[in-house]
Design a protein around this ligand. Structure first.
Ligand code: PMV
Length: 313
């Protein structure tokens, strides 16, 4: 059997993170310049069900059997076996290499879940629809994150911009013109599950303050959808910055992210905000093409540990 290779893109949330967990709309786009690759090589010489996992980023070589039950790879394979009614997976070598930084708001965990589900289903000879891959990857995300909205696995599975409302059909977006983004990494790792739990705690403690913030973020996402489809980048940028202020009030920013957002805006970005769960991870800025490399350099000079520019649309 020939080796199987599948790739998942990274993603960024342009509008509505956190609010999306509570049924408000959000907009996310794939970041096609970074990806996570899964390769599967058949090993009929291995004992039944043996799967070795080589992580080319960390250099680790492990066996599936030795991983914890909640490990995303183990969880994905367990979910696939259940979905396909299999006692064991055919023996294989699994190779993972990723350009998506972990715990940084760019979708590394959903990218892994989607690639494992897609890769193993191809390996087994099942030609699953994106819808089915997305459903299975969402089950993995539930094990990882507790109460995910499903936006990350959706934008990554379909590799298309999405206007997403939990438990509603996904709306795919077409933008009038391509636009330029810069993603700048604060270098601080933050766990989605923990930040989402903190927001839930604030909501329980003070619903009268938190609910209006979440509702405003949803309204911003609805306005941004209109502006983006009309190609109004100036207004889209303003809405991003407004969304960042609300995320700040929600308590999910940090001084490093605020500093990156302010730097991007001072240098002429059309808008900037944290992206993903926050408390670290990345900032996303909407910029004019001609300003991109200068703003990126300023962000690196102001403490971003890495920055990438990308075009969406
Ligand atoms: O930090 P990330 O990339 O896992 O993004 C999480 C987005 C949240 O809205 C905070 C959670 C969710 O499930 O939608």
């Amino acid at each position: 059997m020939p080796a199987i290779s599948v790739k998942s893109p990274g993603k960024t949330i342009l509008f509505g993170e956190h609010a999306v967990v509570y049924g408000h709309p959000a907009i996310a786009v794939p970041i096609k310049t970074i990806n996570l690759e899964v390769k599967l090589i058949a090993r009929p010489d291995y004992p039944q069900g043996k799967i070795t996992i080589q992580n080319h980023n960390s250099g680790s070589l492990e066996e599936l059997a030795d991983l914890e039950e909640n490990n995303p790879i183990k969880a994905s394979i367990r979910i696939l076996k259940k979905a396909f009614n299999l006692d064991h997976m055919p023996a294989a070598e699994l190779h993972i290499s990723s350009q998506i930084p972990i715990a940084s708001g760019l979708g590394s965990s959903a990218a892994l879940a989607v690639a494992i589900v897609r890769g193993f289903s191809q390996y087994l000879g099942f030609n699953l629809s994106n819808q089915r891959i997305n459903e299975l990857a969402y089950e993995v995300e539930i094990i990882q994150h507790g109460t995910p909205s499903g936006i990350d696995n959706s934008v990554i599975t379909y590799n298309q911009p999405v206007f997403y409302i939990k438990d509603q059909p996904i709306e795919f977006l077409k933008f009038k013109n391509p636009f330029h983004l810069i993603l700048a990494n604060s270098g601080i790792h933050s766990l989605t599950k923990e930040v989402v739990a903190e927001v839930r705690e604030s909501l329980n403690q003070d619903p009268d303050r938190i609910n209006p913030l979440l509702e405003s973020m949803g309204e911003i996402a609805r306005s941004a959808k209109l502006e983006l489809t009309k190609g109004n980048l100036q207004s889209t940028g303003r809405l991003m910055t407004e969304n960042h202020k609300l995320l700040n009030e929600l308590g999910v920013s940090c001084s490093e992210l605020d500093e990156l957002v302010n730097t991007a805006l001072d240098e002429g970005a059309l808008g900037a905000k944290l992206c993903g769960s926050g408390k670290g991870g990345n900032m996303v800025a909407l910029v004019e093409a001609s300003q991109s490399s200068r703003i990126k350099q300023s962000l690196l000079a102001k403490g971003a540990v890495s920055a990438l520019s990308t075009i969406v649309g």
